[in-house]
Design a protein around this ligand. Structure first.
Ligand SMILES: *Cc1c(COP(=O)(O)O)cnc(C)c1O
Length: 414
């Protein structure tokens, strides 16, 4: 252990990498549901779906119990089964690829672009075979993928384009909201995400057939829900598909409705924090923030989202994560920051490195060299709207300190 000269005052506290924001309005919205007739499958579920669909500019939104359930529903609705291949980014949480396995399909990993770590449309096209049925594009860190190029690949080969938009709710691609850019878009409302329902998820789509299939799939494959039966005065129901219980409660949806109202302000705050980090690290050698695609507008200190969202040429990064690359010993830098109370993390271990994938799909190092090289140097810094300016300054100071220590022992780094 390094000797530590920092004062250990009683207000020294750890800063996590992500954290929910909950206010009194959120709490009363949930309590109100607890006093009502419907705790699940009730009016708040429909209301949340309605407001979320409108927010995303999509015809339908289907609320489910998690982001993982949302991905499973999408892959199911796309009709993926044994023998089918689905092209997925390796730079993501395992759930983005696991959902293909749930349906008996085979995930095929396409490498990412070196600057942004977003799935490379050219690599995606290169991985298409006779068996390919779909693409799952991950808006890594909150930056929308290159959807024009991905849609072109999907159209050319007749594939379903699914967006894993779990990081990107509140972002925009060339004037269009995230959630309206693919055939289906999956969202997560886990507490670290841009908005929360505790656990929860959503799928948006313009396709009524997909929406119907997903509504049935989240409820055991039963064609009508019990509210519909109640209004029709019938006990009869039929299970027409093998579905799951992926329902979400009215308490969660009431929280989601309340959170969604605040999301644009939170994205603006995230962008403001990103701008502070960008500014500070521009002057620090050995620390490089991830790159932005050409149409993505760099963040600025003033709340810039309201004007940007209307531009058809520019895109808005939702900054779920703020990822830097460090040149030098990432593990040592990670440890120093954790010891200093800065909750850094690594997003992600490439999916094809996980033992399950190695054993069952025969994947391993060499499959996606760009993602693998990036993995060695990435760190996610604290990023959530509740971070104060003082917190941000503290993170910047500690990152500089952690990286500098390394540089004295490796003077050859630029
Ligand atoms: C969080 C996340 C998921 C899974 O969402 P859960 O709600 O935790 O099931 C899937 N994909 C990505 C990219 C995520 O960040």
């Amino acid at each position: 252990m390094m000797p530590d000269s920092r004062p250990q005052s009683s207000d020294f506290r750890a800063i996590g990498y992500g954290r929910q924001s909950i206010d009194g309005g959120d709490i009363s919205a949930v309590v109100e549901v607890l006093r009502s007739d419907w705790l699940t499958t009730g009016p708040k579920v429909e209301e949340f779906e309605r407001v979320f669909a409108r927010f995303c500019g999509a015809r339908h939104a289907v609320a489910v119990s998690s982001g993982t359930a949302a991905l499973h529903c999408s892959v199911y609705a796309a009709g993926i089964g044994p023998g089918d291949e689905v092209i997925v980014s390796p730079m993501t949480f395992a759930a983005s690829a696991n959902c293909v396995l749930y349906c008996g399909g085979t995930p095929v990993f396409a490498d990412v672009e070196p600057e942004t770590l977003l799935i490379d449309p050219a690599e995606t096209a290169r991985k298409v075979t006779e068996r390919t049925k779909a693409i799952i594009a991950v808006d890594y860190a909150g930056q929308p993928c290159n959807y024009d190029a991905l849609r072109a690949v999907a159209e050319k080969y007749g594939l379903t384009l699914i967006a894993d938009a779990c990081h990107a709710v509140g972002g925009f691609y060339k004037g269009r909201p995230v959630g309206s850019l693919a055939h289906m878009s999956a969202f997560s409302f886990h507490p670290v995400k841009n908005m929360t329902t505790g656990e929860g998820g959503m799928i948006t789509t313009d396709n009524t057939n997909y929406a119907d299939r997903m509504r049935s799939f989240r409820n055991h494959g039963i064609a009508t829900d019990y509210r519909q039966r109640e209004t029709m005065g019938s006990w009869f129901y039929e299970m027409v598909d093998l579905g799951f219980n992926y329902r979400i409660t009215d308490m969660q949806c009431a929280l989601g409705i309340s959170q969604l109202k605040k999301l644009p302000d939170w994205i603006a705050r995230r962008r403001c924090i990103a701008a502070k980090y960008d500014d500070a690290f521009a002057k620090v050698s050995g620390v490089t923030p991830l790159g932005l695609r050409a149409d993505v507008i760099p963040p600025s200190g003033n709340s810039d989202t309201p004007t940007l969202r209307h531009s058809e040429t520019s895109s808005v990064h939702a900054y779920h994560l703020y990822v830097i690359r460090v040149s030098g010993d990432r593990t040592a830098i990670f440890r120093r920051l954790r010891e200093a109370g800065i909750g850094v993390n690594v997003h992600y271990i490439p999916v094809h490195f996980h033992p399950y994938y190695r054993e069952h799909l025969g994947t391993g190092p060499g499959l996606c060299p760009v993602a693998e090289a990036a993995y060695e140097g990435i760190l996610s810094l604290p990023m959530f709207p509740g971070l104060s300016n003082a917190d941000v300054e503290r993170v910047i100071t500690e990152v500089k300190r952690a990286v500098c220590k390394k540089k004295t022992s490796s003077a050859h780094y630029p």
